[in-house]
Design a protein around this ligand. Structure first.
Ligand code: 4AD
Ligand code: MG
Length: 430
């Protein structure tokens, strides 16, 4: 019977064959332990010389790292390993040998590992992070489907720049100029006017010369947009969504969290509601904490965000930022025209902003005025202005950065490990 490692529980006491790679091994004169992986999981194979005979034992003992093979044997429970099962090997058939695999069990530098990202992905740490990423994607679809949202796919090649024109990747679109999408938001607003509640999931691009542990050039965003929702309605969706993601990972990625050494007790308390403070209160708090380098009107840097997040146990919403540091589409607060109806969600433990969102201007006159202030070309945005022309309604939306969310929930220091093939300031390879 050919099975995969994650099916082991159903085959205890039975003889099976598993297609696998040799991740690692150790052996003595009488017994060899093969660390096997097959993509679905990691498992130990035990080869006992007295049981398999000299020939099979020697063949098993001489296997080299990352050789692919079929392993045959009986599945046994193994209470000492977190996985819970091992295979008592009776036969090994090599499919393809691997010699001098560059990534050995010893320590390697980050640049070396990043140069070998295509191979590094096989390691059990990277496997755990990608499984958590996958769970967050899966749970996102589940959450928004449960809540009655429709998945809509905005284009990647665009002629508009929702988040400002400085960070765009430019390309030719035959005879026209085009940009790689930095956010699907404007298209999602059009979709919300057609379908009510919508969400997208796709890659976005920022030609940003930032080299921090939170910045990627290409990253993935989940962007919900809701008609007839005001800021507070949107915040409720956001806190429920993020709490749902954390719970999904806690429920479905126990082994992975353990392998990464993640402290799950902090994650267990991430239930809605989340605390809220205004930008102005955050500035006051920073001054109390001794940050003299920031004034009202400045954008927060990473140390500021971390200091604010550290004052709370859960993710915190910072709301009502100054108008001058936010994009054109955010409406003024009717009670204070210096600030806009927006909120960022800051993750705990120094992982920074994981969500940016706001209400959207839906008044035609206000929109045109604001676009003029931002020197946006009305012709390029004519379709977007149509939304305010033809029966617009109050609406709100937000964007959750997948990689930062994976980094936080999995406890991974740098976002470069949370995407299979990271695009960084100095990295387009592999
Ligand atoms: O705050 P941002 O720029 O918001 C928008 O793009 C809105 N148009 C979204 C919306 O309302 N539909 O980006 C949203 C999130 C951030 O909170 C962060 O998690 C992530 O996207 N993000 C990045 N992640 C990795 N690398 C980068 N360079 C990122 N820039 C933003
Ligand atoms: Mg933002």
């Amino acid at each position: 019977m050919k099975i995969t490692i994650n099916q082991s529980a159903d085959y205890v006491g039975k003889e099976v064959t598993i297609g696998a790679w040799l991740a690692n091994k150790r052996s003595s004169g009488k017994i060899a332990f093969l660390q096997l992986r097959d993509g679905t999981g990691f498992m130990q194979g035990v080869v006992v010389k007295a049981e398999v005979g000299e020939e099979i034992f020697q063949a098993a003992k001489s296997l080299t790292q990352e050789t692919s093979l079929y392993v045959t044997g009986i599945i046994n429970e193994d209470t000492r390993s977190p996985f819970g099962y091992e295979i008592a090997v009776s036969g090994v058939k090599v499919i393809s040998e691997s010699h001098d695999f560059p990534i050995t069990p010893k320590e390697h530098g980050t640049e070396f590992l990043m140069d070998h990202r295509h191979l590094w992905l096989r390691s059990n740490r990277q496997h755990a992070i990608m499984k958590i990423r996958n769970e967050i994607i899966r749970a996102s679809y589940e959450f928004f489907n449960n809540e009655g949202f429709i998945k809509i796919d905005p284009p990647i090649l665009t002629g508009s720049a929702p988040e400002g024109t400085t960070e765009l990747f430019h390309t030719k679109y035959f005879d026209e100029d085009a940009f790689l999408s930095q956010s699907g938001q404007l298209y999602m607003e059009a979709a919300a006017m057609a379908f009510g509640k919508v969400f997208s999931f796709g890659p976005t691009f920022r030609a940003e010369k930032s080299k921090t542990r939170r910045h990627l050039i290409e990253f993935w965003m989940i962007e919900p947009e809701m008609a007839f929702y005001q800021l507070e309605d949107s915040l409720k969706v956001q806190e429920q969504y993020v709490a749902f993601l954390v719970k999904a990972v806690l429920d479905n990625c126990k082994l992975e969290l353990e392998r990464l050494g993640r402290d799950v007790s902090v994650l267990e308390s991430m239930t809605a509601p989340f605390p809220r403070i205004t930008y102005t209160e955050a500035i006051e708090k920073l001054h109390e904490l001794g940050f003299d380098d920031i004034e009202w009107g400045d954008d927060f840097g990473a140390p500021h965000e971390t200091a604010i997040a550290d004052s709370f146990e859960k993710p915190v919403f910072i709301t009502h930022y100054p108008k001058a540091i936010k994009p054109f589409y955010m409406p003024e607060d009717p009670d204070n025209e210096q600030v806009v109806l927006c909120a960022d969600m800051i993750a705990p433990e120094g992982y920074g902003e994981i969500i940016g969102g706001s209400e959207r201007i839906h008044d035609l006159g206000v929109l045109l005025e604001r676009m003029k202030e931002h020197e946006l070309d009305e012709k390029a945005y004519s379709w977007y202005i149509d939304l305010a022309r033809y029966g617009s309604v109050p609406h709100s939306g937000f964007g959750l950065g997948l990689e930062r969310t994976v980094a936080w929930i999995s406890g991974t220091e740098h976002v470069r490990e949370t995407i299979p093939f990271p695009r960084l300031l100095n990295r387009l390879y592999p």
